[in-house]
Design a protein around this ligand. Structure first.
Ligand SMILES: *Cc1c(COP(=O)(O)O)cnc(C)c1O
Length: 422
């Protein structure tokens, strides 16, 4: 029997585990040629048999596709695959991680509202908050998100979201999601989390209390660094009646309120939807995400332990290390590994540059979770346009190298690091 024709109930029986389910998500409708993989519908427009059907599709009263800035079958299939892994209410695929973040915050925030977050954010995200949303009247309140009681003091009636990175990049700080999720629930503020640094195949953001998960699928998910993409994952577990901006909409749309606003007004107008070719590539990436992450995370922990014993390295930062300050919370939330990126510090900025220039196998590049190992000096690159005062506030140290660990044999990577240190 073709899996596409097996009913939902039986599918749940034959696919008890999500590694299996994610590979066999059925198409919305049978493919004319019985294609095994979702075909790439590289078409801007979709045509209709009659004007009545056309009206239904354009006014959102039927599920038909009309125009690929709004929906596309290949992209929708990718969203459905992600939904099967995460158990989300809805998933929206965007053209970059930054689109996922900006569209989400624009959906929730309005002039006069504030976002409670931390200084430890990805550089573009910080600049989005301060330089783009700020001038539209959204206040950015930064505090130490690893201390829920401090977060509580920053929340007031105008707070529209607690926004954080599940593991901050590049500080590798881990917040207690359950505590923040509970706080958000108590105070009626949604918890919005960027999970780019640790993929959803390995923990459940929903069960930790996250309401909206955003991520750059450019990183782990794409695999091999083929394409830019982002995801907005709505778990449907926030009561939007508590939102100043969306409260009224919530009367009608209940759990679907956020997705309704995002899809109805925001991403379509900003023009941020994922393109079908990218969705095709990232669907393939998703099929091997679980395996790649395990191998890369295992390599990262092994390498972190070796680097701790290596002369010339002042300190190693990876939350899965037993002596890491966030070890306990990382282990409780994510298990044995905490992503596949680590940082280590050398004596000076000059030592970092000399080290980078001597690398032969590890590549000098800025992506995360490529199949190849990549090294970068964050302070002079990703954070290169911030002042030294701002860098200090953000805890971006001039002596730190960030290493995204790939699928190579870990001993080869270690040997390259050793030769570059000398
Ligand atoms: C890379 C990254 C982003 C932005 O993703 P793009 O796909 O490059 O737009 C956002 N947040 C974090 C934590 C990232 O590492």
């Amino acid at each position: 029997m073709n899996i596409n024709k097996v009913g939902a109930k039986e599918r749940r029986l034959i696919m008890a585990n999500k590694e299996t389910t994610v590979l066999h998500v059925p198409f919305d409708r049978p493919d004319a040629y019985h294609a095994l993989n979702m075909p790439l519908y590289h078409s801007v427009a979709f045509e209709f048999d009659n004007a009545e059907e056309m009206e239904l599709a354009f006014t959102g009263r039927s599920a038909g596709h009309a125009y690929s800035r709004i929906t596309n079958p290949t992209v929708q299939y990718f969203e459905k695959r992600v939904q099967s892994l995460t158990g989300a209410l809805s998933v929206t695929a965007m053209n970059t991680g930054m689109s996922a973040i900006s569209n989400t915050l624009i959906t929730i925030a309005q002039a006069g509202s504030n976002i409670v977050t931390s200084n430890h954010l990805f550089g573009n995200t910080m600049s989005l908050l301060k330089n783009v949303l700020g001038p539209f009247g959204v206040e950015i309140r930064t505090c130490d998100l690893t201390k829920p009681e401090v977060v509580r003091q920053h929340i007031d009636a105008n707070t529209c979201a607690i926004f954080l990175e599940i593991i901050t990049n590049p500080q590798l700080e881990v917040a207690d999601l359950s505590a923040l999720g509970a706080l958000g629930k108590e105070l009626g503020v949604p918890l919005v989390a960027d999970s780019t640094v640790i993929p959803f195949s390995h923990y459940s953001a929903k069960s930790l209390g996250v309401n909206i998960e955003v991520l750059s699928s450019t990183k782990y998910l794409a695999g091999g660094g083929t394409s830019l993409g982002g995801l907005v994952i709505d778990y449907g577990n926030f009561n939007w009646k508590n939102s100043k901006k969306l409260g009224e909409l919530a009367q009608q749309f209940k759990a679907f309120t956020f997705t309704k606003k995002l899809r109805g007004d925001v991403y379509t107008n900003l023009g941020c939807y994922m393109t079908p070719h990218v969705a095709y590539m990232q669907t393939l990436g998703l099929e091997t995400l679980n395996l790649r992450y395990k191998a890369q995370a295992e390599n990262t922990l092994a390498l972190a332990k070796k680097l701790q014993q290596t002369e010339g390295i002042a300190s190693v930062n990876y939350p899965a290390l037993p002596d890491h300050p966030f070890h306990e919370v990382a282990k409780r939330q994510f298990g044995d590994y905490a992503g596949a990126v680590l940082t280590f510090s050398l004596e000076s900025r000059e030592a970092c540059f000399a080290f980078l220039n001597k690398l032969k196998l590890v590549r000098r590049a800025t992506n995360l979770f490529e199949n190849k190992s990549l090294a970068i000096h964050p302070a002079s690159t990703i954070f290169g346009n911030f002042t030294s005062e701002q860098l200090e506030e953000m805890n971006v140290d001039n002596r730190v190298i960030r290493l995204s660990v790939g699928l190579e044999n870990v001993e080869d990577v270690y040997q390259d690091i050793l030769q570059a240190l000398n």
